[in-house]
Design a protein around this ligand. Structure first.
Ligand SMILES: [Zn+2]
Length: 193
């Protein structure tokens, strides 16, 4: 059993992230999802400090923090000092130093949005994988995956329930090979104790 505190942009992200985390750590996950105050990216940024402290107080192994890259600079595309708009680095800079034992902070910033990660496995449910899935406008990605640019919660659940049982270890591997944003996220989860 592994304990994690999740700080995510919304319900869809939470559903997807919890699944991915479970598959990566291959253990049962006991999690707290932090309550959204405003929703969206602003809430994520405003809540990083509280999330990491909560993980510490709850003696969690880690905090999982997620934000879509949207049109910001992808973390994988820069070396050294980040440009002003890399969301991965922006979140990393906000992480407070808490006493030992320090929860590990696992940051996921899919390019451009979390749909890009799942579309990698589109073929499993009859969706043709777009050629350059990380350059797909987020609206288009949502339409392809959920059938709507503004999906209802049920639309998301239907797709997730169909797709997730079909995802095998080799699919996780394939996604890590093709999208560096996922590779980075997976690596941070694999280092959880
Ligand atoms: Zn960066």
């Amino acid at each position: 059993m592994i304990r994690l505190v999740f700080l995510v942009e919304g319900e869809t992200d939470f559903q997807i992230l919890r699944f991915l985390v479970q598959r990566i750590v291959q253990e049962d996950v006991e999690c707290i999802r932090r309550q959204r105050r405003f929703g969206g990216l602003g809430d994520v940024f405003a809540s990083v400090v509280g999330c990491v402290w909560q993980a510490y107080q709850w003696r969690a192994s880690g905090a999982v923090i997620d934000a879509d890259a949207d049109r910001s600079t992808p973390h994988a595309s820069h070396v050294g000092k980040p440009p002003g708009d890399c969301r991965y680095c922006a979140i990393a800079e906000l992480v407070p130093v808490v006493p030992e034992p320090r929860p590990k902070v696992c940051i996921g910033v899919p390019v451009e949005a979390i749909e890009a990660w799942l579309l990698e496995w589109g073929d499993l449910i009859g969706i043709k994988r777009p050629r350059d899935v990380e350059r797909l406008p987020r609206r288009r990605g949502k339409e392809l995956l959920w059938g709507s640019a503004t999906p209802r919660r049920e639309d998301v659940t239907v797709v997730c329930e169909k797709l997730f049982p079909l995802v095998a270890p080799e699919h996780i591997e394939r996604l890590a090979e093709s999208q560096e944003s996922f590779r980075t996220f997976r690596a941070s989860l694999q280092s959880l104790s």
